[in-house]
Ligand binder design. Sequence first.
Ligand code: COA
Length: 329
Amino acid sequence: MKRPTAMIAGTGHAVPKRVLTNHDFAGLGIETSDEWIVERTGIRQRFIAGEGESLTSLSADAARQAMKAAGVTAPELDFIVLGTASPDRLLPATAVEVQAAIGATRAAALDICAACSGWVYGMQVAEGLMATSGAETVLVIGAETLSRIVNWKDRNTCVLFGDGAGATIVKRSTKGRGILSVFSRSDGTLADLLHRPAGGALRPVTPEVLAEGSNCITMAGREVFKNAVRSMAEACDRALDGAKLSATDIDLLIPHQANIRIIEATAKHANMPLEKVYVNVDRFGNTSAASIPIALDEALRSGRIKEGMTVMFVAFGAGFTWGSLVVRF
Ligand code: COA
């Protein structure tokens, strides 16, 4: 494929109204502390979806902002690609609900289940659709309502995650802007290190499943941490190789926002000084597929990304899945 084929033409993001700070866990009866969470993860607060807020509503809000920024209307969309691990319903895809909510009458819509790599995978799918199917305008969303699938009795996981949505309009490249390289990998042999053991068709929800909480996310934190550091390092190397660039050519690194220590390790491996790394995990927690597109929208709107800059994105998530992109703006 000739690159760049696809470019980012507009972005948006949305979060729920309710903020849950580290101090608020005491009121929920969870034995933890602000000190422990900040030291181990860098997270200070996260947004939690409440009544009337859903994956569809957050995604639609983010999508409307992205369309406005790109000067695109909903009927112009050819495809909607939505990365999520917490769909509103297991059937149909949340992407079709977003399609209905925003009035994207011409679009085909699908979900991607690649956990925290959902947006990076989604961007690669969008680029492929533009190269092969003639699609001209693709909406790529990364969105999560993880608060609804975490076990609120499990302090190993419930302090880490947050809700939100990030949206990106992808259009055909002009003036050399757009995706310069992509990389993606998966390793299903490690699936059980971060998963929801039950609640799917293999082991449907039963009173027993609910009692043991096995319909919620369970995670082997240390193992996930080690694999995340290793895989994100590989993904940075491969994206740079693919674009024939070196770290000094990258103006900003936007890594998946899971944990400040994983972000710092990734930056160190990639030879990127921390001033060139976007960090908002302190304010949002780990919003999985939403984390990179939320960070991208903030970076664009605050002027941290300017025209002509080259940005590297890198993600890692359950599956395991990991991947990266280098994009010229
Ligand atoms: N508050 C207080 N103590 C907690 C706690 C919490 N929220 N969660 C766990 N602990 C305790 C554990 O019970 C354990 O106690 P013990 O030694 O008495 O058994 C102790 O803290 C250390 O736990 P451990 O899991 O070894 O800590 P850690 O240094 O590995 O940090 C994570 C835990 C989850 C922060 C870390 O492993 C991590 O970030 N992993 C990656 C998670 C991630 O990003 N997942 C998504 C990837 S996309």
